[in-house]
Design a protein around this ligand. Structure first.
Ligand code: PRP
Ligand code: URA
Length: 210
């Protein structure tokens, strides 16, 4: 069974089209990232464990639900930061563990520059958050780090992936569920997703010109 979930929704199609548009400026780009993050996270969290929780309404007592596991959100810096606030709004009790990774421009290999995961006491489910999954190298480096931390269940929430990156990830980490808005067909010779949307981090943080 494949653990790839390409989330189908008309709103995703519309927001993603605007996100891809080279004319979309950073302000609107950030808003679109937030909307798409909410939609993809809704799907990615459908099987979180819940426990019974008694609540007293203005009329009576009833048994409802509360989250029954520790959830860790793992944004990959920088671009993953653009998705984190809307997901935290959905899961206010989540813990946020930042991982700093950038792709070396010449080799497209991930370089880790920040990780503050604590020794021991891993979360139950970790959701890696990064809008782009190109070669899959950054996501796989993050998964290695989470594996060393001892996380049992890992998921990825991303906006755009490449076929090649998905294949590489599924080969190395078949247990990890991958939730994406769209899988694009190819990577170019600089390992950018095509048709893609360009450099997500630069578009979110308005650093395209520097
Ligand atoms: C981008 C993106 C992913 C990575 C994907 O980050 O946000 O982390 O590239 O590429 P991969 O699947 O081939 O590893 P980038 O390295 O540009 O850093 P940034 O977020 O700081 O801009
Ligand atoms: N990182 C991006 O931001 N965009 C790509 O297309 C590939 C990696």
């Amino acid at each position: 069974m494949s653990n790839l979930f390409e989330v189908k929704h008309p709103l995703i199609d519309c927001h993603l089209t605007k996100l891809r548009d080279a004319e979309t400026g950073s302000d609107e780009f950030r808003q679109l990232v937030r909307r798409l993050a909410t939609l993809v996270a809704y799907e990615a969290t459908k099987d979180l464990k819940i426990d019974p929780q008694t609540v007293v309404t203005p009329l009576t007592e009833m048994v409802g639900s509360r989250l029954g596991e520790r959830v860790g959100l793992v944004p990959i810096l920088r671009a993953g930061l653009g998705m984190i606030d809307p997901i935290l709004d959905l899961i206010p009790t989540a813990e946020v563990w930042h991982l700093g990774l950038y792709r070396d421009e010449a080799t497209a290999q991930p370089v880790e520059y920040y990780s503050k995961l604590p020794p021991g006491n891993p979360v139950d489910t970790a959701l890696i958050v990064d809008p782009m999954l190109a070669t899959g190298g950054s996501a796989m480096a993050a998964l290695e780090t989470l594996k060393k931390w001892g996380v049992k269940r890992t998921k990825i929430a991303s906006l755009l992936a490449s076929r090649e990156g998905i294949d590489a990830l599924q080969k190395e980490f078949p247990e990890t569920q991958i939730y994406v808005c769209r899988v694009d067909p190819i990577l170019n010779d600089k390992k950018y997703i095509v048709p893609g949307l360009g450099d997500a981090g630069d578009r979110i943080f308005n650093t395209l010109k520097s």
